[in-house]
Design a protein around this ligand. Structure first.
Ligand SMILES: *Cc1c(COP(=O)(O)O)cnc(C)c1O
Length: 399
């Protein structure tokens, strides 16, 4: 803003959003109430899913998704290393084991071939096959869901799409979240994502039983029996706890913001595409690898990760670029430190070198600023800095 510092991502809140939140604050109900239901219905309609369950974060949505699919001790859940830790942690909450499938070096999302061969190998060696696979639509671009869903069928596992980056994205020209190829899709409304509710998340599904389970798990496992069922007549105040749930409810305050933001979702994604196209046209001549856009999907462009040139010094070049951009008040970031290299996962037995594609990608990647309110002038400043850096790099490699 006027501080002059450009963040890598930032929310876009307008007066309509503020008014929507104010209306809830001035109403009688401020916790989970009618606006949460409106937000759920609006997102389900946008995605083309039968059900949507709003919660207080995508992390909570991932947890109740795993619970609804019956993930527990003795189960194994597979995901990718190139993601935020929450994609793996949700399985650990359920006491399941976690394993990883490496990424495709072109798309940075789960490599279907790596998944297929890991499944084959698990089958032949008798090691644990996954009960659930969580794919991540990294940077807003959908994974190859058609192929992965065929594997789910063949090897009998359930599929969760972690679409935290991908609300507003399309796959095979249909909205991500329609669950055509998966059991459950999860979205995040954290302020750096595409649309925000402050904090918040949503799970979509076409399976009524899964939807009902997730609704129970988000609210203590407690429900009110229908009028007419035996106990209600004797104890009209009755509520019953049938399982061990949590308090993962979204409030109407947050839902009002999310619902209002949803009106501008397509606009936000279009602006991100304009900016990404500008990056392509302006960075074309520089030695950075720009993110690949697959033909069968329309990315929500949550992130714009570029790679420094592959070389012996790639890790130090990326570090220099990071420092240089920060010194110029440009908020670059790195997505992601491979999850299996985190100390917590190292304690579980994972080692550096286990997933080389994710690790190589990590050494070279840096996310450039990209958000709907970024101006062309702000973007030009990013481009100028990259030009200066690339020039110094040329001098350095020539030396
Ligand atoms: C942001 C993010 C999450 C967690 O979202 P919250 O709403 O902050 O809990 C999970 N997975 C991925 C891939 C994310 O980027």
């Amino acid at each position: 803003m006027n501080s002059g510092r450009l963040p890598y991502g930032r929310q876009d809140i307008n007066q309509d959003d503020v008014d929507a939140v104010r209306r809830v604050l001035e109403s009688d109900l401020i916790t989970q109430g009618p606006v949460v239901v409106q937000f759920e219905n609006a997102l389900a309609q946008y995605c083309g899913s039968d059900f949507a369950i709003a919660v207080n974060s995508a992390t909570s949505a991932l947890h109740i998704a795993c619970m609804a699919l019956g993930v527990g001790q003795g189960d194994t859940v597979w995901t990718v290393p190139n993601t935020f830790v929450a994609s793996a942690n949700c399985a650990r909450y359920c006491l399941a084991d976690v394993d990883f499938v490496d990424i495709d070096p072109k798309t940075y999302t789960m490599c279907p071939d790596a998944l297929a061969s890991k499944l084959e190998q698990a089958k032949t060696t008798g090691t644990a096959l996954p009960s659930v696979v969580i794919v991540v639509h990294f940077a807003g671009q959908a994974c190859d869901m058609r192929v992965i869903a065929q594997l789910a069928e063949r090897f009998n596992f359930k599929l969760i799409e972690d679409a935290s980056h991908a609300v507003g994205a399309r796959y095979e020209n249909k909205p991500v979240g329609n669950c055509q190829y998966s059991d459950i899709t999860v979205f995040s409304f954290h302020p750096v994502k595409i649309v925000t509710s402050g904090e918040g998340g949503m799970a979509t599904t076409n399976n009524k039983a899964l939807a009902e389970k997730m609704r129970l798990h988000r609210s203590h496992g407690v429900f009110r029996p229908e009028p007419g069922s035996g106990r209600v007549d004797d104890e009209p105040w009755i509520y019953e706890q049938s399982s061990l749930g949590y308090n993962y409810r979204m409030t109407d305050i947050h839902a009002a913001l999310g619902l209002s933001q949803l009106q501008r979702l397509d606009e936000f994604v279009e602006r991100r595409h304009q900016l990404a196209d500008r990056y392509v046209s302006k960075l074309d001549h520089l030695p950075f690898v720009l993110p690949y856009q697959s033909a069968n999907s329309y990315s929500a462009l949550h992130l714009y990760p570029v790679l420094v040139p592959a070389s012996e010094q790639q890790a130090s070049v990326r570090r220099d670029l990071f420092d240089y951009m920060q010194s110029q008040d440009i908020g670059v970031n790195v997505h992601y430190i491979p999850v299996h290299t985190q100390p917590y996962y190292q304690q579980l037995g994972f080692r550096q070198g286990d997933f080389p594609a994710s690790e190589h990608y990590y050494q070279r990647t840096i996310s450039l600023p990209l958000f709907s309110r970024m101006t062309d002038a702000e973007q030009d400043r990013v481009v100028n800095c990259l030009e200066v850096f690339a020039h110094s790099l040329g001098v350095r490699f020539a030396a």
